[in-house]
Design a protein around this ligand. Structure first.
Ligand code: NDP
Length: 282
């Protein structure tokens, strides 16, 4: 009987790496689909990033995720970028294609995939809370998915204006920046509200972004990027107002499904991956 003990390798480079649950989700999918692949969670400091990427190349890794603080720094070590990673200016998924390491960004694609289960974003007006890395990725993918207008609400004007300018310059959608001063009231005519700030993330689970909950109406979809806890205070308030909601676990699973497709070519079972995360009891 012949054996093949060589397992295709994927993984993640981040610092800190210990709290990232992606490994549980991806390895559950590998097992479910009988793929002999592995996903190895690696703690890589900024000064070691170049060596880590060269190591992945040398060992023939099929790809890897990059998380904080490597999403921009990794670009100089790669051979090329996919379309949205190029626009966003950050990479969270690297894919080995024909001997080249290509940077992709699935943060926003995962979000749009999860949102797509609830509504078709095209033509909608969006309120985007936050203007950090996640917000930037979500804004670009929503724009490429055909939303009409994005209002970027953020405390820091510099970051908020930069995201709005990026959308206006690089995508067919229109965008404007609104300063976040006091409680923000969601304007009438908004179809989708997205929390892409870090407000509500464990352990700060009692916090909600400072918006007027009475301005949420039942025709709005409210999406939260926070995956821990999945049922944030914001989503609870939105559900109480009759809004449809999309949680951050869906965004995380969506990214995983897209990453697996890039690496292995298979359409992974999203429910198996979501259950693997739920089983962690985050
Ligand atoms: P960044 O640090 O790049 O950005 C943080 C954003 O949150 C900024 O816009 C910041 O505003 C804003 N913010 C922070 N505190 C407050 C506050 N008290 N009030 C209002 N705004 C605030 O982080 P990322 O963009 O990388 O990540 C943001 C969140 O998205 C994280 O919590 C992360 O868990 C989540 N995420 C989820 C993913 C998923 O798959 N579910 C994937 C990626 C991220 P300012 O610019 O004014 O400082």
């Amino acid at each position: 009987m012949t054996h093949d003990f060589l397992q295709p390798l994927t993984g993640s480079f981040a610092c800190p790496a210990g709290e990232n649950p992606t490994v549980a989700m991806i390895e559950a999918a590998y097992r479910h689909h009988d793929l002999p692949w592995r996903y190895i969670n690696c703690e890589v400091t900024p000064e070691n990033l170049g060596d880590a990427v060269r190591g992945a190349r040398a060992m023939g890794w099929r790809g890897f995720n990059c998380s904080i603080p490597h999403k921009v720094a990794v670009i100089e070590h790669l051979d090329g970028l996919g379309t949205s990673a190029e626009i966003i200016g950050a990479v969270n998924t690297v894919v080995a294609r024909d001997g080249k390491l290509i940077g992709e960004n699935t943060d926003g694609k995962g979000f749009v995939r999860a949102l797509g289960k609830i509504c078709d974003p095209s033509g909608h007006n969006v309120v985007l809370l936050g203007a950090g890395g996640a917000a930037r990725a979500v804004a670009v993918e929503l724009a490429l998915a055909g939303v009409a207008h994005i209002t970027v609400v953020n405390r820091s004007a510099e970051r908020g204006e930069a995201v709005a300018a990026l959308i206006n310059d690089k995508t067919p959608a229109r965008a404007e920046y609104q300063p976040w001063e006091g409680t923000y009231s969601i304007p009438e005519g908004t179809g989708i509200v997205v929390n892409a700030t870090s407000v509500g993330l464990y352990p700060d689970v009692e916090s909600t972004p400072d918006i007027d909950h009475n301005s949420l109406t039942r025709d709005m979809v409210v999406a939260d990027g926070i995956h821990n806890p999945p049922r944030t205070k914001l989503l609870q308030a939105a559900q109480a107002r009759g809004c449809k909601t999309a949680d951050g676990l869906g965004m995380l699973v969506g990214q995983g499904v897209i990453g697996l497709k890039y690496w292995t070519g298979i359409d992974a079972d999203a429910e198996v991956m979501r259950q693997a995360l739920i089983d962690l009891d985050l």
